[in-house]
Design a protein around this ligand. Structure first.
Ligand SMILES: Cc1cc2nc3c(=O)[nH]c(=O)nc-3n(C[C@H](O)[C@H](O)[C@H](O)COP(=O)(O)OP(=O)(O)OC[C@H]3O[C@@H](n4cnc5c(N)ncnc54)[C@H](O)[C@@H]3O)c2cc1C
Length: 512
């Protein structure tokens, strides 16, 4: 791959969502390589974010109030010191994004306009172009990266695997294996930043881009890194469910704001089946999933609450519905829960350092401890921005190391479409909205034989093992066989080595 000539020794950033783009910009003028599988900025969740970034900037707000809401959502498992640091850093990262060209919506007096979202005690959602916050952030940062002479962008290039010293899992990073047009090459580097996003596409129903299969997380696991909180996945209760679209395309969101305007959840008989449609996301998701499981169809009915006003209030959602033949003013909207956000990931410290020397992470792939068992809405863009700034500062303080790396003999695995379909189906039923021991063990039995050769199966397996470990229900993780909360819950962590050792243990009783 001649594109790699002269790049050895530079930090390598993988992913071009908010986290990757901002890391590259904040590293400047230090030279770096930005590797991204699709065109720059095109494939991630970042460009799809609608709501905005949660930041305490209003006069009646404070980082302490934001922290309190974050800890309440996290259901006892947030790292309080991390959450305090990240919520306090919010106003400064908004300034940084503005400096890089992001145009946030403003009130007539020039101050940032702030919106309100569920579970936030104050108006603190900073947004852009109304409900196109992510698109505006990616537009601005992409333009800034393209204009930044210190960043070499490698588009259509996939991180295949991470190389560690002497090939030992957990040893220092010495390079990456990159794949472009079916060809693989090694690039020597002592510093890799994973900004590869989430793993929603491991589930049959997801709001994430189809590339969100956790491939960066898999590379980290194979390099011996410690992963954490893997079992905590947030399911959005109302994704637009249109027959025929579920298997191979993301489901579009029907925002909570529609329920906020009074729309109700009904089934095919027209009957409501929830007392309050404004209960927390996980509660509504479980109710919808159970009702679907009982053989009903589920719809969001905005006919009375919004009717003709729907189009004006929610033009984007109305357009998406109409594309699929649904007029939300006169017809109920079919909905189902979908995997939306992963709270877990590669465990990192305040500088974004993982347990593998030289391997950093920021954004959704990272597990900082901010979210605990459940994410407070709009805290993820905040975490991605704060994490990117911290990683860049930490790398900036390091002295560049001499680096050399060779392509290893073994061919690293990639997600194979055939296996991916099986993983999605398996995860939807075993590790979805409702989980139990028998289902998770059956999923482990399906995924374990595939995990050595397939990244998607590996991450699905590690997630299921973590979900088996958590014998309680909390946040985004619900066990029908352990519906209560444990008194002294702790965070779960796992490495690939530990998973292998567990799979040898007879008490795991793998189903065939
Ligand atoms: C529909 C939707 C709406 C949302 N709304 C909000 C919101 O309003 N507020 C909020 O805070 N959060 C929201 N979120 C969550 C938020 O958008 C994400 O958590 C955040 O954007 C993640 O940013 P990131 O930079 O970590 O990853 P992403 O933006 O997902 O980018 C990942 C990048 O990594 C690349 N990549 C992945 N694997 C590889 C590989 N192996 N090799 C090379 N490149 C790779 C991808 O191509 C992509 O460029 C929403 C999510 C969705 C799906």
């Amino acid at each position: 791959m001649s594109a790699l000539d002269g790049l050895a020794g530079q930090p390598v950033i993988v992913g071009s969502g908010l986290a990757g783009l901002l890391t590259a910009l904040e590293l400047a003028p230090r030279r770096c390589v930005l590797v991204t599988r699709a065109p720059l900025g095109a494939e991630g969740s970042s460009g799809w974010a609608q709501g905005g970034i949660a930041v305490a900037v209003a006069e009646d707000d404070s980082p302490a109030l934001h922290l309190a809401d974050t800890l309440a959502a996290g259901d006892g498992l947030c790292d309080a010191a991390v959450a305090a640091r990240i919520t306090a850093a919010g106003p400064a990262v908004i300034d940084i994004l503005v400096r890089h060209g992001v145009r946030f919506d403003r009130a007539p007096d020039g101050k940032l306009a702030v919106g309100l979202e569920a579970a936030h005690a104050r108006r603190r959602i900073v947004h852009a172009a109304g409900d196109a916050t992510g698109a505006e952030i990616v537009r601005a940062l992409r333009a800034a990266v393209l204009a930044c002479p210190s960043v070499t962008v490698l588009e259509h290039t996939r991180l295949s695997s991470l190389l560690t010293e002497a090939g030992f899992p957990g040893a220092r990073i010495v390079g990456v294996v990159l794949e472009q047009d079916g060809r693989r090459a090694a690039l020597a580097t002592g510093q890799v930043v994973l900004a590869t996003g989430g793993l929603g596409a491991l589930f049959r129903d997801t709001t994430n881009p189809m590339g969100a299969t956790g491939s960066g997380l898999a590379a980290a696991a194979r390099a011996g890194a410690r992963l954490g909180d893997l079992e905590f996945v947030q399911f959005h209760p109302t994704a637009l469910a249109v027959p025929g679209s579920v298997a191979d395309a993301p489901l579009r969101l029907v925002s909570e704001a529609v329920r906020g305007e009074g729309a109700t959840l009904i089934d095919e008989t027209g009957a409501r089946f929830m007392e309050s449609e404004l209960a927390p996301r996980d509660v509504v998701s479980r109710a919808v999933w159970r009702h679907l499981g009982a053989g009903h169809a589920v719809f969001l009915d905005a006919r009375t609450a919004l009717g003709d006003r729907f189009e004006r209030r929610f033009p984007g959602i109305a357009a998406r519905c109409r594309e699929r033949g649904i007029d939300p003013a006169t017809m109920p909207i079919p909905v189902r829960p979908a995997a939306h956000y992963h709270m877990g990931g590669l465990m990192v410290d305040a500088d974004g350092r993982s347990s593998v020397p030289g391997l950093y992470a920021c954004g959704e792939v990272a597990c900082t401890g901010l979210h605990g068992a459940n994410r407070l809405a709009s805290n993820s863009l905040l975490e991605a921005a704060v994490g990117a700034v911290a990683v860049a500062a930490a790398i900036g303080r390091e002295v560049a190391r001499e680096a050399s790396a060779e392509l290893p003999a073994g061919v690293p695995p990639a997600a194979r479409p055939s296996t991916l379909a099986l993983v999605r189906q398996t995860m939807a039923y075993a590790a979805g909205v409702l989980r139990d021991q028998a289902g998770l063990e059956a999923a482990v039995g399906t995924l374990a034989p595939l995990a050595d050769a397939d990244d998607a199966a590996l991450i699905g397996l590690l997630l299921c093992l973590s979900a088996l470990d958590r014998r309680e229900s909390r946040g985004g993780h619900y066990r029908t066989d352990h519906p209560g909360r444990a008194a002294n819950a702790v965070r779960t962590t796992i490495t690939l080595g530990e998973a292998r050792a567990r799979l040898l243990r007879p008490e795991l009783r793998l189903a065939s």
